[in-house]
Design a protein around this ligand. Structure first.
Ligand code: MGD
Ligand code: MGD
Ligand code: MO
Length: 664
């Protein structure tokens, strides 16, 4: 008999798409979009259907495995947990609990998938990565400027006259935004993409292509024009902005011409862009993540935010600088168990490997990896591999023998979102969805909750709390139960976060020290930046790098994969033998290469083999290789990327990278 279940995609993407999963005789037979989902309305990307291929993929891990010599040995859960518990106890006795590193990220946004953090706090508190491989610098910058994070609902774009799509590629990473951009364009809005790569497939879009890592100069050049031409919103500034006079004074000599020299966008275009943004009615900035994967990223985002502040494009329909929100943080009960931790140590995500290798007092003895694949996704993965090899014991919980799992001592198979009950939410949209267990777990795979519950029982860690799935969900929802947000309600369909505004900062109450938007920020100064937004060149523009490595290397997100997920499953046969090394034909001509040539891409970290592909949309001088492809599948582009830490928020700097390309 066929049954249909309503669920949502758990991946860390913009939409958490509503899905309908059809089962027959206890097996999933189809997955499609849920037309009733209020945000995604039945439209899903190709990956949604691939959850089905992945669920039954022949290489899915089905049993715990222990490394034995050069191979793997299947063991029972009992043996696996005993081994793990023993290692954790030995580590605690010999070195203290912070000799354990727990690397946990957002491979799944299931709420209960995060209970590992609770386990390790109850264990005594371990070393955890902080900052972010993803969005850290932008988050920290907006926290300084606005005092927090809010976004406009996507359909508010119809109120914009101008939309700046700044460093975001919705055709690949956020397909639902396209419909809203189309509506905005149909209503007369001008859509402008600011990106060294021309984003194809956005209706009526105009392209402005700065050099990578120089958006801060572009933004400040625009601010200079806006101020010089009196296009500022004096009322808004008077009431809600701190530090305008200082900001204006600091930009007196930073002309459009000067900005043009830095960012490569002609001065006339900068001036015109400034006039368009400031002088044509409500203007929205939709920020991506790509432009903040640079050493100067905090300063860049602060410079862009400033444009909205001086033009009063804050707190009004059609305006805003939408990046992400953090509203779920206050929504759920805190299950992290941080009150139980007595020890604590943090290492910045982007430089995790360097910190592991340098760790002393205590060294990192045991590494536990959940919901991430650091040996593919961390920058400078040769170093990451060395760091993982330096540990005494590595445990990986995953579905497949990923590049990271392949290096582990113990690999534990976990269930997918189709096999365990959970809730899913994501900071890039406002909806919370229920995910039922749709089918029985494959083989002996177990959910994170089952795994940690068994481990805690075995180790006598009763503060972990031995609750069922449902009880944990109820506990998490306690703070919002009186608003009618309960498990029962969620089973009927997704719920919008009641605290989420339609328009960000509509009340114009900014939780900064001054209560105003802070152009001038003492907290920025305390964080090691200048108090005002300023431009500073990215590391990739440093002298030696430019001479030895003449090209920029961008390694952005692929449409058909999310990071390292799905490369081994859906596209079998479709995967070309080597990664594409994409560039404008002009770039290729300059390096004496032709389409189809087999080449090395080399940076100061390493080299990777690929095949030249022409792509007219990429600015000359820039090379693109998509991130995520596994080392074991001839990928591994993070062998090339730097492990710099951005100027704010412990952000990563993947795109702050230069390379040379030559025939192999
Ligand atoms: N299909 C798919 N969807 C995804 C993901 C995925 O892997 N695949 N990942 C999810 C996650 S975790 C994230 S963080 C988001 C990321 O979503 P996006 O922000 O859209 O993605 P990125 O690939 O990081 O970068 C976006 C754009 O930044 C541009 N860019 C690079 N350098 C610069 C610069 O210096 N200035 C400017 N202005 N632009 C620049 C790149 O050319 C790229 O087009 O997507 C989410 N959605
Ligand atoms: N060069 C380059 N590198 C990048 C980026 C870039 O733009 N360029 N982007 C960065 C960004 S934005 C991000 S967010 C990171 C992402 O980096 P990671 O978080 O490492 O990303 P994924 O490849 O999605 O790895 C998730 C892993 O978790 C597993 N998994 C999925 N669901 C579950 C679950 O429920 N439980 C457990 N235990 N495992 C699960 C998946 O099988 C997969 O192996 O990559 C960063 N790396
Ligand atoms: Mo991300």
């Amino acid at each position: 008999m066929k049954k249909t279940f309503r669920t949502a995609c758990p991946m860390d993407c913009f939409a958490s798409c509503g899905l309908l999963v059809i089962t027959e005789n206890g097996k999933v037979v189809d997955i499609k979009g849920d037309p009733e989902h209020p945000l995604t309305r039945g439209r899903v990307c190709g990956k949604a259907r691939r959850h089905l291929d992945r669920l039954y993929h022949p290489e899915r891990l089905q049993y715990p495995m222990v490394r034995s010599g050069t191979g793997w040995q299947q063991v029972s859960w009992d043996e696996a947990l005993e081994l793990w518990a023993t290692k954790l106890e030995e580590t605690r006795a010999g070195f203290g609990t912070t000799a354990v590193l727990h690397a946990d990220a957002s491979g799944s946004n299931g709420l209960l998938r995060g209970l590992g953090e609770r386990f390790f706090n109850v264990y005594g508190g371990v070393t955890r990565p902080t900052g972010s491989l993803c969005w850290g610098a932008g988050l920290a910058a907006q926290a300084l400027d606005f005092g927090g994070h809010q976004i406009h609902e996507w359909d508010d774009l119809v109120n914009s006259r101008t939309v700046l799509l700044w460093g975001r590629d919705p055709t690949r990473t956020n397909i639902h935004l396209l419909e809203h951009l189309r509506r905005a364009a149909a209503g007369g809005a001008e859509i402008i993409s600011i990106n060294p790569v021309q984003v194809r497939g956005v209706p009526g879009v105009r392209h402005v292509c700065p050099r990578p890592g120089t958006d801060g100069a572009l933004a400040l050049g625009m601010a200079h024009v806006i101020i010089a031409e009196g296009l500022v919103d004096t009322n808004f500034i008077k009431q809600h902005v701190q530090g305008y006079q200082e900001f204006a004074a600091s930009l007196r000599d930073f002309t459009a011409e000067q900005a043009a020299d830095i960012c490569g966008v002609p001065a006339g275009v900068i001036s015109e862009l400034a006039r368009r943004y400031a002088g044509s009615g409500p203007a929205a900035i939709v920020l991506g993540f790509g432009l903040q994967r640079y050493t100067n990223a905090g300063r860049t985002i602060r410079s862009i935010d400033a444009l909205a502040a001086i033009t009063g494009n804050v707190g009004m329909p059609g305006g805003g600088v939408s990046y992400t929100h953090q509203l779920w943080k206050q929504f759920f009960a805190d299950l992290s168990g941080s009150e139980f931790a007595t020890g604590r140590r943090t290492f910045p995500w982007p430089a995790l490997a360097r910190y592991i290798l340098a760790a002393d007092e205590p060294p990192v003895r045991c590494i536990v990896v959940t919901r991430c694949n650091p040996l593919t996704q961390l920058p400078d993965t040769s170093r990451a591999r060395a760091a993982f090899r330096s540990a005494d014991f590595v445990v990986v919980v995953d579905f497949f023998l990923t590049d990271t799992a392949a290096e582990a001592d113990l690999v534990l198979p976990c269930t997918t979102f189709l096999e365990s009950e959970d809730l899913v939410y994501c900071s890039l949209n406002n909806y919370l969805s229920y995910m039922p267990a749709v089918v029985e777990p494959l083989g002996e795979s177990k959910s994170e909750l089952e795994i940690y519950t068994s481990l805690a029982r075995r180790m006598g860690l009763s503060d972990f709390g031995f609750l069922s799935n449902r009880q944990w969900i109820d506990k998490a929802l306690e703070p919002v139960a009186d608003q009618g947000i309960t498990l029962e309600r969620l089973k009927e369909g997704p719920v919008r976060n009641p605290a989420a505004p339609q328009v960000a900062w509509a009340d114009r109450r900014f939780p900064t020290d001054s209560g105003k938007y802070e152009l001038f920020s003492l907290r920025a100064q305390a964080a090691g930046l200048e108090p005002l937004p300023v431009y500073q060149p990215p590391e990739s523009l440093a002298e030696g790098l430019q001479t030895d490595y003449p090209l920029y290397l961008l390694t952005p997100h692929h449409r058909d994969y999310i990071h390292s997920q799905f490369w081994n499953s859906a596209c079998e046969g479709q995967l070309e033998p080597l990664p594409g090394v994409e560039m404008h034909p002009e770039t290729s001509a300059g390096t004496g290469l032709e389409e189809g040539d087999m080449v090395w891409v080399e940076t100061n970290r390493g080299r990777l083999q690929g095949i030249v592909k022409y792509a007219n949309e990429i600015s000359p001088g820039v090379v693109r290789v998509y991130q995520g492809r596994w080392h074991s599948l001839a990928g591994g582009v993070n062998l090339l990327t730097p492990d710099y830490i951005a100027d704010l928020g412990g952000g990563s700097c993947y795109y702050d990278c230069r390379c040379r390309v030559y025939k192999s």
